[in-house]
Design a protein around this ligand. Sequence first.
Ligand SMILES: Cc1cc2nc3c(=O)[nH]c(=O)nc-3n(C[C@H](O)[C@H](O)[C@H](O)COP(=O)(O)OP(=O)(O)OC[C@H]3O[C@@H](n4cnc5c(N)ncnc54)[C@H](O)[C@@H]3O)c2cc1C
Length: 346
Amino acid sequence: MINATAEGTGYTIVENASLEGRNTFRVPARTDLLVDVTRREALAEVLAFPYLRSRPLLLLGGGSNLLFTRDWPGVVISIAAHGVRIVEDRGDAALVRAEGGENWNDFVQWSLARGFFGLENLILIPGSVAASPIQNIGAYGREASQFIATVEAWDRQTTRLVRLDNADCRFAYRDSLFKREPDRYLITAVEFLLPREADLRTDYAGIGEELALMNCAASAATVAEAVARLRTRKLPNPAVIGNAGSFFKNPVVAADVALELQREHPALPTWSAPEGARKISAAWMIEASGMKGVRDGDAGVSDQHALVLVNHGRATGEQVWALAQRVQAKVLERFGVLLEPEPIVI
Ligand SMILES: Cc1cc2nc3c(=O)[nH]c(=O)nc-3n(C[C@H](O)[C@H](O)[C@H](O)COP(=O)(O)OP(=O)(O)OC[C@H]3O[C@@H](n4cnc5c(N)ncnc54)[C@H](O)[C@@H]3O)c2cc1C
């Protein structure tokens, strides 16, 4: 058993650690061992500890896309390495490397302050840079995968550091190779190709209207401000009330299924999806099932946004999960559609 706190070696270790402050639902959970790796070079040494090799391993970033329904019976590793630098300047674009422990929103602010375009619609998404490729974070018509050039990761199968280019990562809507193979890669850094030319996306979910209200011309800074205002109005702030953002994905269904649903429910919003499929609004279906604002003890469906489950105070992860399953059952009964959770449920 490792029982030392190893400061200055590139990692710190805490035994029997609480994870309550490490997840944005703020539900209680503990782990046998919590390891924060502050230097990438220390990772191989940490992963070689015999104790770590024999126990279940969970990777944790900002804890903003997972729900603990129990303690973690093993080791939790968090990549806490920081740093952002331009690796190669190509004039009209630059290759920028961000270490995995960087806060995503700080990185977006860094890119805006240096005149880069692309990440403005992805402002205010909580979490780490390392987690951004995992579910290919997206918002307001943009996805991280549009700017990711390379992901650097520790491959637990081959026990070496690998570099995966954009195509290798098999990005899709809230999905990637890393989500499909959760026990294989430990992401250490991400390289982004950020343009200096404006190609703004303002036609999505009220950005144009917000810019008009702000009486501003579109620029990366004003689009970021518009998105920040929209998000602040629409989403409960995890610093005030525990949550993990959208708890369910918008289901993607065949076009004829969407058409049939719209025939029965003409107000159901749908959007185009790859290969002729349609994405349908999970929030609308939850609200129409009477679940918006519903509360089971301290576990609740937000009354601000039907897609968001919240912890009103002392809910456990089990209670939040039980409510999520109630929402799933109601929507399935009313619409025949099974909602899939977006966060990882542990
Ligand atoms: C208020 C709020 C709003 C949100 N809005 C959005 C949004 O608009 N769009 C969106 O896409 N998401 C959104 N999210 C979800 C969340 O912010 C993102 O998914 C984010 O990328 C999660 O980052 P994290 O560091 O907190 O990851 P965590 O929650 O810590 O981990 C998420 C997953 O990644 C794995 N993981 C973590 N670090 C590593 C690593 N280094 N290597 C390999 N695997 C790792 C974990 O094991 C877990 O499976 C929102 C969440 C909240 C709370």
